[in-house]
Write a protein that binds this ligand. Structure first.
Ligand code: 5GP
Ligand code: ZN
Length: 117
């Protein structure tokens, strides 16, 4: 579901300032903050401020905000001086999604393997 902050959503709480996070960038529609359990020297999450359960819901319901999220991944990469980096949207539990508020992972600062696990 999209729209109002969800009471049980960790990332809505970060948007509202009710859960602390190391915020690196903020725009009218997005917040970027460091992942609490980094999987690379740079591991930052970009989220829309409005709640969408995953990237698929975000892209179909609100393509403008989806574009804002994507633009912010590049802005974060620029700020972190990442020439190569990976952007990941885990979508659904089978793909490793554990927080059901759409988010882009930005991973960088080390070599990456392909295919991912
Ligand atoms: P997912 O597994 O849904 O793709 O990604 C969720 C991410 O959120 C994980 O990488 C996890 O480490 C991160 N995360 C979970 N709880 C918190 C938290 O309280 N603060 C921050 N900054 N990141 C969190
Ligand atoms: Zn949420």
């Amino acid at each position: 579901m999209a729209g109002e902050p969800q009471d049980d959503c960790l990332f809505c709480k970060i948007v509202e300032g009710h859960v602390p996070a190391t915020i690196v960038r903020e725009t009218e529609s997005t917040v970027a903050f460091r992942d609490i359990n980094p999987q690379a020297p740079v591991h930052i999450l970009v989220i829309p401020k409005v709640h969408y359960a995953n990237a698929a819901a975000l892209a179909t319901a609100e393509p403008t905000v989806a574009a804002d999220v994507l633009r912010e991944t590049q802005a974060v990469a620029d700020e972190e001086k990442l020439e190569s980096y990976r952007v990941v949207f885990n979508t659904g539990p089978g793909a490793g999604q554990t927080v059901f508020h759409a988010h882009a992972h930005i991973l960088g600062g080390r070599g990456m393997q392909w295919p991912p696990g």
